[in-house]
Design a protein around this ligand. Structure first.
Ligand SMILES: [Zn+2]
Length: 116
């Protein structure tokens, strides 16, 4: 029914609202969770860089090797102050590239599944 279709402007506002809510959730997750992540891997001592995955409905933390590598599969952007990991990012995503730590860990099973 054409008259049930929202006008474009209202769709854009809904979209903006959803984006703002996601940004607020990420800001909260980051504020409450980032400082409790270990700075190094318990198994091998590798310095870690933590990021949230792009999962929008719950906080899923991904450990990355802190040192960026040219062929890393993860790019990072900021949203709500949080560091967000984008797996296989488009080439125009600025910044470095990182490797998930489970790819290099001596005890990868501990990181295989992203944890909340
Ligand atoms: Zn490790």
């Amino acid at each position: 029914m054409p008259d049930e279709v929202l006008p474009l402007r209202e769709l854009e506002l809904l979209d903006e609202d959803a984006r703002r809510q996601l940004r607020d959730r990420r800001a909260f997750w980051w504020r409450t969770g980032a400082s409790t992540r270990s700075k190094t891997c318990d198994a091998d001592g590798t310095p870690l860089l933590w990021a949230l995955t792009e999962e929008p409905h719950r906080a899923v933390w991904m450990p990355l090797d802190a040192t960026p590598v040219p062929d890393g599969s993860v790019g990072i952007y900021r949203d709500g102050g949080a560091r967000i990991a984008q797996v296989n990012p488009p080439s125009d995503l600025p910044g470095g590239r990182w490797q998930p730590h489970f790819a290099t860990c001596t005890d990868p099973d501990r990181y295989r599944r992203p944890r909340t």
